[in-house]
Design a binder for this molecule. Structure first.
Ligand code: NAD
Ligand code: UGA
Length: 416
């Protein structure tokens, strides 16, 4: 099939690469000229394991290309994916400016039949609104179908997740498109969930809301466990063996961040309130997460005393391991709180893009420790678990290691 993917971010680029690898002819377009230039020079503008190799392989065989000319590429292809960002506004409502920009491009470029699939995470009703907008612009209703096809990949494992999804969700009112979608994803083995467009839009929000709630649940449990001197890791293991609960997303720590959970929880809350539904559970999940950093700051203060003029080294700046993405990173929120308390912060991350919220950033994690009163692990990078603890001991002034991701083995560390 001839495919145009609009948006060359984590979702768009991964989708384009995977579809080209499945044998389709794909063009990935973006309004960001620098990004398209980098991609055209075989460089992926963010870190995503395996993406660069797979991308270049498909570019080389001529199945994948890049462009900034959205209208032209819409015109040339029959399958159009929308994968642009939908960041939150202050009210929680997703900002659909980028999405609306694509609608304008579509309205002016549909001359032959297009199957338009929305991969961006959008509020319930957006698929219908897109259809209505195109009709309003005078586009022939026989020349397009709009399908909700939300994405469930995680950053850091985007390629693996896109190649082996646990489901393919299709939201449509036109049963005819389902066969085309099977052809599109031929080679990917996953159960299909076919529902209405609003159903598909809601599955996406509900999934992220549920996962975020699971994290807030274990974080609240960790507070109760702390009060009773119980190890939360034991509780997570005890819960996880029950197949009705499952072992995943039960890692207590600094809380969830990133460009999706915080945004999507707010968006779902907003959608609920728009229809006068009070989303009590969502409020609670958000409230636990919003106060998690303070909970940890208090713990640190109990150990170190007043933080003013203390020096703390933070290992980990990315919002999770195996990515350079720092959007709404809990590590940054933590550093900001330390700095508000006039604490001197040294930081290190193996990959995160630099930002103002890094404190004094070091390129060597052991050098970052020199003279610090405490070490805080804010992102659970595997390399931190394999640290040279005698070297840590040598550099650190104090002996406080504060594992904000419960990823270290305390006994191993104590033994040093
Ligand atoms: P991103 O910010 O990494 O990329 C979005 C891209 O869209 C940018 O490169 C931007 O320049 C481009 N863009 C904006 N307006 C455009 C236009 N009019 N025409 C062409 N390109 C345009 O975003 P992302 O993380 O890939 O997320 C995209 C969507 O997918 C969001 O709705 C997000 O919630 C959802 N999602 C993200 C993930 C994830 O892990 N990042 C996973 C599932 C779903
Ligand atoms: C999340 C979902 O997992 C994806 O399915 C979804 O497609 C994506 O959002 C999206 O809609 O964009 P992602 O944000 O990449 O993916 O990362 P996760 O692995 O879910 O982690 C999110 C945050 O939760 C991170 O800050 C992580 O450290 C934290 N987390 C995760 C915990 O605190 N505890 C856990 O047990 C798991």
């Amino acid at each position: 099939m001839d495919v145009c993917v609009i948006g060359a971010g984590y979702v768009g680029l991964t989708t384009a690469v995977i579809l080209s690898d499945l044998g389709h002819n794909v063009c990935c377009v973006d309004i960001n000229e620098t990004r398209i230039k980098e991609l055209s020079e075989s460089r992926v503008p963010f870190h995503e394991s395996g993406l660069s190799a797979l991308m270049n392989r498909n570019v080389e065989v001529g199945r994948l290309s890049f462009s900034t000319n959205t209208e032209k590429k819409i015109d040339e292809n029959d399958v159009i994916f929308i994968a642009v960002g939908t960041p939150p506004e202050k009210s929680g409502r997703p900002n659909l400016e980028a999405f609306d920009g694509v609608v304008q491009s579509l309205a002016g470029s549909i001359r032959s039949y297009k199957m338009i699939l929305i991969k961006s995470t959008v509020p319930p009703g957006t698929n219908k609104n897109l259809e209505a907008a195109l009709l309003q612009h005078g586009v022939d209703p026989d020349k397009f179908d709009v399908v909700s096809n939300p994405e469930f990949l995680r950053e850091g494992t985007a390629v693996e997740d896109a190649l082996h999804p646990n489901k393919i969700v299709v939201g449509t009112t036109s049963t005819g498109v389902v066969d085309s979608i099977h052809t599109l994803y031929k080679g990917i083995h996953a159960p299909y969930i076919v529902t209405t467009p609003e159903g598909a839009e809601m599955i996406k929000y509900a999934s992220n809301a549920f996962l975020a709630t699971k994290i807030s649940f274990i974080n609240e449990m960790s507070r109760i466990c702390d009060a009773y001197n119980v190890d939360i890791e034991d509780i997570a293991r005890g819960l996880g063996t029950d197949p009705r609960i499952g072992p995943h997303f039960l890692n207590a720590g600094l809380g969830y961040g990133g460009s999706c959970f915080p945004k999507d929880l707010k968006a779902l809350e907003y959608s609920a309130l728009q229809r006068n539904v009070v989303p009590t559970m969502l409020h609670a999940a958000k409230a636990v997460n919003d106060s998690q950093i303070d909970f940890y700051i208090k713990k640190l203060e109990r150990k170190l005393g007043e933080l003013k003029e203390k020096q703390v080294t933070v290992w980990g700046l990315a919002f999770k391991p195996d990515t350079d993405d720092i959007r709404l990173s809990p590590a940054h929120a933590f550093i900001e709180r330390l700095q508000e308390k006039r604490c001197i912060v040294h930081s290190y991350d193996p990959m995160a893009v630099p930002s103002d919220a890094d404190g004094m950033r070091f390129s060597d994690r052991y050098e970052a420790l020199q003279g610090s009163d405490a070490l805080v692990i804010a992102t659970d990078w595997k390399e931190f678990q394999e640290s040279n603890w005698p070297k840590v001991r040598e550099r650190l002034k104090g002996n406080v290691i504060f594992d904000g991701r419960n990823c270290l083995d305390p006994e191993t560390i104590r033994s040093h």
